[in-house]
Design a protein around this ligand. Structure first.
Ligand SMILES: C[S@@+](CC[C@H](N)C(=O)[O-])C[C@H]1O[C@@H](n2cnc3c(N)ncnc32)[C@H](O)[C@@H]1O
Length: 218
């Protein structure tokens, strides 16, 4: 049975950090790598689906004075993040990143870690376009996520998701937890369609993959 996205993470919040660090191949190293890829001069950062902030735990080590806006659907995850970093400049926004207005040219960097593999191409392209707009010229978007290499594998998960949602009578547009990883090629295409000027895959361990998308200074 699929669970509502926020119920899924609320139920698992207690063991969440340990699970990601010890059981999901590549995550532990991916959090460190993301911090390394964040431009040194980043003063304002937007974190999409920040959860308990495992990526921020690493980023605060290299960027202790950074100002962060973190968006997440699951209040219980945000509560953990707030308790971990009471002294940091953190604005936590409890909503969907598909609904929140990111603004225009506000951030030097935007990140997402293991959150977008639940969504369709269409949803991601629109989101990436809004991320592009929210970045300052010369800004960087970094995504670390569950990605695959074969189109057949992507197709399988999307079809399964559709079948199970139909079976459970889940209305369109409601967020339920099911992993639908995209291929790295499709991910790069989506970011290019969103007008990013330079898009690259920079790191991968098992299926945990990091993409960097840069907005030119012009
Ligand atoms: C696997 S966790 C990743 C959390 C954190 N980034 C990390 O790597 O530890 C996925 C997070 O994405 C959030 N999420 C999923 N869909 C979302 C949406 N549409 N808007 C905001 N947050 C969302 C979930 O609530 C959850 O906290």
């Amino acid at each position: 049975m699929l669970e509502k996205m926020s119920d899924f993470f609320t139920t698992r919040v207690a063991g969440y950090d340990q699970h990601m660090l010890n059981n999901v191949a590549g995550c532990k190293e991916g959090y460190i790598k993301m911090a390394e890829l964040l431009p040194k001069a980043t003063a304002n950062l937007l974190d999409l689906g920040c959860g308990t902030g495992l990526e921020l735990d690493e980023i605060f080590k290299t960027h202790p004075h950074i100002k962060v806006a973190g968006i997440d659907l699951t209040e219980a995850m945000l509560d953990v993040l707030k308790k971990k970093h009471p002294d940091k400049d953190l604005t936590l926004i409890h909503t969907s990143y598909f609904d929140y207005d990111f603004g225009i040219e506000k951030y030097e960097a935007v990140i997402s870690f293991q959150t977008l593999h639940h969504y369709s191409h269409e949803q991601k392209i629109k989101l990436y376009s809004r991320v592009y707009t929210a970045l300052k010229p010369g800004g960087r978007y970094i995504e670390c996520d569950y990605m695959v290499t074969e189109q057949e594998v992507e197709d399988f998960y999307f079809k399964e998701n559709e079948r199970i949602r139909k079976e459970q009578n889940i209305p369109d547009g409601e967020f339920y937890h099911y992993d639908t990883p995209c291929t790295i090629d499709n991910q790069l295409k989506m970011l290019r369609l969103a007008k990013f000027d330079q898009v690259d895959m920079v790191w991968r361990k098992e299926n945990t993959t990091i993409l960097v998308a840069d907005k030119a200074i012009k």
